[in-house]
Every structure is written in structure tokens, then in C-alpha cells.
Design a protein around this ligand. Structure first.
Ligand SMILES: [Zn+2]
Length: 242
């Protein structure tokens, strides 16, 4: 009897500890575990039973089918027709800039939601803000007039900003998000790591996650430098590529 009581007490205590532990974990740390980086700007985010992809590129064969695919612009490392076709099924919704209409239609997907910078909408129960993405210095790569985009997705209360290809732009000071996925480029996107750091400070997310390095531009060390420069200011999580 005494033995049983001890066991019960232990079980109750363990349960209490687990509950306290999970309460102490910030809400976004759970979300980060459901975010998968495939390199460049390609992500999969799990939301309940949905698989949401953003700019899928070189996605492994075993990756689950897409419920929603967000595309930021028409460059082939972001709008990969091959990857979109491989991930899509009858139920897949494609979301992309109206200015990329022709290229997005090449995917053959029947359901496409066209968006423009400044739009707010709800897609499969996900509140979405469509934000501008453009270059100021290297204007030839991502001109503002192309109306290409980034997205702020509200995933069960956690706001994730996917920048698309962009330099630091003034609009960033108005963005509100918990997790910011930012390009470290230097050839096509951010001018240098310092600019990416300044962009992160403008946005001021809880967590900044570097992307768009290690494939066509930028090196792994750039992510380390980004993290070091933001030390004590913004937590930087360097995601491993899947
Ligand atoms: Zn681009």
C-alpha cells in the first residue's frame, strides 16, 4: 500500500514537472520543431494535419505532399515547377504573386490564389499577410515594380515571416512576427551580413533564422557571423538543412 502511494506520488510529481516544463517553453519553440529547411528559401511548415511549403526547391522524394504551396517570386530557385508538380495533388492550393501569373500557370495547378504586396487574407485557416520584397541597391535582381512578395503566416498564434528575396527595406520596421526567416545572400539579396543584422533589428522578432546561403550565394560561416552579431539582441537559430 505504502509502495503504491509512493509510486502514485512520483507519477503525480513527474506529471507536474512535465507540465511546468512545457509551460516554460515559449510557444514558438514548439513551432520551430515543425519547420523544415530544405536549403535556399525552401521550407515546409507543419500546421496540425497540413503541410505548408514555401518556395520548395530540391525537396527530397520522401517529403509529404503539399496542402498549400506559397511562392514568393518567379526566379527558378523559388518557383521550381519541377518541385511544385512533385508535391502537388488534387487538393493542393498554390499561392503566388499575380505578377508571376504566366510562370505559375506553367505548374498546371488548378487552384491558384493570386496575391499582391499589402494583401491580408485567410488561406486554409491560416491568417496571411502579404508583404513587399525587393532590392534597393542591387535593383536589377528584385525590382520593387515587379510586385514580388514575402509572407507573414500566423501558424496557430505564432507569426512566421518568410522574406522572399529582399534587401533591408523600410517596410520591415512595420512587420510584427515571432520568427523571421531572413536571406544572408550578398550577391542577389542582402548586401552584406551587417545589412541582414540591421534588417533583423528592424523587424525585432523573438527568433531570427538565416536562409538563402550555402547554395548559390553565401557560406555556412555567414550564418555563424549573423548569429554572433545579434548576440544579446535577438536569438538566432541556425536550422540544419534536411
Ligand atoms: Zn530571386
Amino acid at each position: 500500500m505504502i509502495k503504491m502511494d509512493l509510486v502514485s506520488t512520483l507519477i503525480v510529481l513527474l506529471g507536474f514537472c512535465a507540465a511546468t516544463y512545457s509551460q516554460d517553453q515559449p510557444i514558438w519553440s514548439k513551432t520551430l520543431k515543425k519547420m523544415h529547411w530544405y536549403g535556399q528559401a525552401g521550407w515546409r511548415i507543419e500546421k496540425d494535419s497540413l503541410n505548408i511549403y514555401i518556395d520548395p526547391l530540391q525537396i527530397p522524394d520522401q517529403a509529404p505532399a503539399a496542402d498549400v504551396i506559397f511562392v514568393t517570386h518567379s526566379h527558378s530557385d523559388h518557383l521550381s515547377i519541377r518541385d511544385i508538380k512533385a508535391l502537388a495533388g488534387d487538393h493542393t492550393l498554390l499561392v503566388g504573386p499575380e505578377s508571376c501569373r504566366e510562370k505559375l500557370l506553367e505548374t498546371g495547378l488548378k487552384t491558384i490564389q493570386w496575391v499582391n504586396p499589402g494583401d491580408t487574407l485567410v488561406i486554409r485557416d491560416i491568417p496571411v499577410e502579404v508583404v513587399p520584397a525587393y532590392n534597393i541597391k542591387k535593383n536589377q535582381f528584385h525590382p520593387k515594380e515587379n510586385r514580388w512578395v514575402g509572407y507573414i503566416l500566423n501558424i496557430n498564434g505564432v507569426k512566421i515571416y518568410h522574406s522572399g528575396d529582399t534587401e533591408r527595406i523600410p517596410e520591415m520596421q512595420t512587420f510584427h512576427c515571432d520568427i523571421a526567416l531572413l536571406p544572408l545572400g550578398q550577391t542577389y539579396t542582402m548586401h552584406n551580413i551587417e545589412e541582414a543584422v540591421q534588417a533583423a533589428l528592424d523587424i525585432n522578432p523573438k527568433i531570427a533564422v538565416p536562409m538563402h546561403y550555402g547554395m548559390y550565394e553565401g557560406k555556412a560561416e555567414d550564418a555563424d557571423r549573423f548569429k554572433k552579431l545579434l548576440e544579446g539582441k535577438i536569438e538566432v537559430i541556425i536550422q540544419a538543412k534536411e
